[in-house]
Design a protein around this ligand. Structure first.
Ligand code: UD2
Ligand code: MN
Length: 365
């Protein structure tokens, strides 16, 4: 007797009629499957699906971080209570982080509050938006730096997606939101310079990732680390139909090691308003004999949160003309000429929020 039609009802458990041996075996198998799936080890079935379709839900994503969370707590307790030699037994994290998922489902329609994000991912982080792998020594110490003003709506989505990704990537990292004070003209590159200096005041970072607040990677194999050459990470954005808009494009998200950054004298401070600063950085890199490293266009996919141009970040008509001068300006306009003052530092669970006065002019063009 197998699964056969019995009148118009289907006999689904034909083997289980009374306490016979086949019946018991059947029940045991059923319970074993139930047990394993509850335990989270059912991944054999869910993983290929997620990897193929990028359809993992956020709760799945977070669930898989829970063992890390427990380890983090143990590790931090361990650090204070155990003798120091325990930390010496940690080996380096592997070149390829083992828990990456590949393609990710990213959408910005859900209502997410900062409190909700804090509840979801806050427990795996330390104050200031910091994480450090508990079970191995991270390959790089990375400061994630975001130029910011008045984009709290984007900040929530960005934190919601980025933290689990960065945790999976086994980085020793902290998130710095560099908030431009006042109503003057916005200056993305100068804010990034400011973030570089402020980050180095508190930790010995080797690598700096500079990101827009509205860009979320769609693949966690796009590593937020530094490479042999300055790296452009946002190579395939939805807004550019998942292609590079032009060969020398360096906008969105990039990473530079401390050495690479110093070699180009950091970023320009003089690009006020929208546009051009990323091209100047690109020129600086080529002028110093380096090239651009990039992920492939599948790994480098991004979604940008749709938005209007902000107030006081209008395109500056003076910026494009400056690009032919980079070779001569880059040595005197950069990290060596940076002037700003810190107004306030807030260490939230999800980020370090630094408000800075960068001596912004009001629009003069
Ligand atoms: C493009 C580049 C960006 C930069 C910019 C020109 C993409 C995806 N990005 O961005 O890297 O080169 O052109 O300057 O092509 N911001 C605020 N508040 C403001 C204004 C800007 O927080 O009032 C920050 C925020 O992080 C934002 C970033 O600056 O993501 C870039 O500004 P944008 O998003 O308005 O410019 P967009 O999308 O054209
Ligand atoms: Mn944008």
């Amino acid at each position: 007797e197998r699964f056969t039609a019995d009148g118009n009802t289907l006999n689904l458990v034909p083997l289980c009629k009374g306490p016979t041996l086949p019946c018991r075996l059947h029940m045991v198998c059923f319970l074993v499957v139930l047990f394993y799936s509850k335990d989270g080890t059912f991944f054999v079935f869910t993983m290929p699906y997620r990897m193929a379709n990028g359809n993992n839900t956020y709760s799945q994503l977070i669930k898989e971080l829970v063992p890390l969370e427990t380890k983090t707590q143990n590790a931090s307790l361990g650090e204070t209570r155990m003798p120091p030699n325990t930390s010496k037994t940690l080996g380096p994290c592997p070149d390829t982080p083992p828990n990456l998922l590949g393609p990710l489902h990213v959408e910005f329609n859900s209502n997410r509050t900062l409190d909700y994000v804090r509840k979801e991912v806050g427990s795996i982080l330390q104050e200031g938006g910091r994480y450090k792998p508990p079970d191995c020594i991270a390959q790089q110490k990375v400061a994630i730096i975001v130029a910011f003003r008045n984009r709290h709506e984007h900040l929530k989505h960005w934190l919601y997606y980025l933290h689990p990704i960065l945790v999976r990537q086994q980085l020793d990292y902290r998130v710095y939101i560099i908030n431009q004070d006042g109503e003057g003209v916005f200056n993305r590159a100068k804010l990034m310079n400011t973030g570089y200096v402020e980050a180095l005041k508190e930790y010995d970072y080797e690598c700096f990732v500079f990101s827009d607040i509205d860009l979320v990677p769609m693949n966690d194999r796009n590593l937020y680390r530094c490479f042999d050459n300055p790296r452009h990470l946002a190579v395939a954005m939805d807004k550019f139909n998942f292609h590079l808009p032009y060969n020398g494009y360096f906008g969105g998200v990039s990473s530079l090691s401390k050495d690479q950054y110093l070699k180009i004298n950091g970023f320009p401070n003089s690009f006020w308003g929208w546009g051009g600063e990323d091209d100047d950085i690109y020129n600086r890199i080529l002028n110093r004999g380096m090239s651009i490293s990039r992920p492939d266009s599948v790994t480098g996919k991004y979604r940008m949160i749709k938005h209007e141009r902000d107030l006081h970040n209008e395109p500056n008509p003076n910026n494009p003309g400056k690009l032919s001068q980079t070779r001569w300006t880059m040595d005197k306009d950069g990290i060596n000429s940076l002037k700003y003052s810190v107004k306030d530092i807030v260490r939230d669970r999800l980020y370090t929020f630094i408000t800075v006065d960068i001596e912004a002019p009001s629009i003069t063009w």
